[in-house]
Design a protein. Structure first.
Length: 132
């Protein structure tokens, strides 16, 4: 699938191809709700590969290429090499003057807490994948 973006002021057109994740889309994950809002999850279970990673997004904009760049998520299942996809938390706060850092405040703590049931479900799915 390709998307054509038309920039009228610049009188230019660009073809954009959205990233395609491989693997099996995971549908039955527990909801990740926080007092600050919902967390959007688009996660895929893929055969093990060290390049597989889950990006962290804020309102559709990628903040971190891999959620494992944060100490809290530098563990299973995020660092397993079996997952690809997106975790989008629009309520996160970016560090001042940067697009690639997060303020680890109460919103971040709420995200970490909301992802705990998701992590348990993912760990079980990865264990099944390893056994298969």
């Amino acid at each position: 699938m390709k998307i054509k973006v038309v920039d009228h002021p610049a009188r230019r057109q660009f073809l954009v191809e959205p990233r395609q994740f491989s693997g099996r889309l995971l549908h039955r994950l527990p909801p990740a709700a926080t007092p600050f809002g919902e967390v959007y999850l688009e996660l895929y279970l893929d055969p093990h590969h060290p390049d597989n990673r889950v990006g962290l997004y804020r309102a559709g904009t990628r903040v971190l290429e891999s959620i494992t760049e944060l100490d809290r998520f530098e563990a299973e299942p995020w660092a397993s090499g079996y997952l690809q996809g997106i975790v989008d938390a629009p309520f996160l706060r970016l560090t001042p003057a940067t697009r690639s850092g997060l303020t680890q405040d109460e919103a971040f703590a709420a995200l970490a807490e909301a992802l705990e049931p998701v992590e348990q479900a993912l760990a079980a799915m990865i264990a099944e994948q390893r056994e298969a």
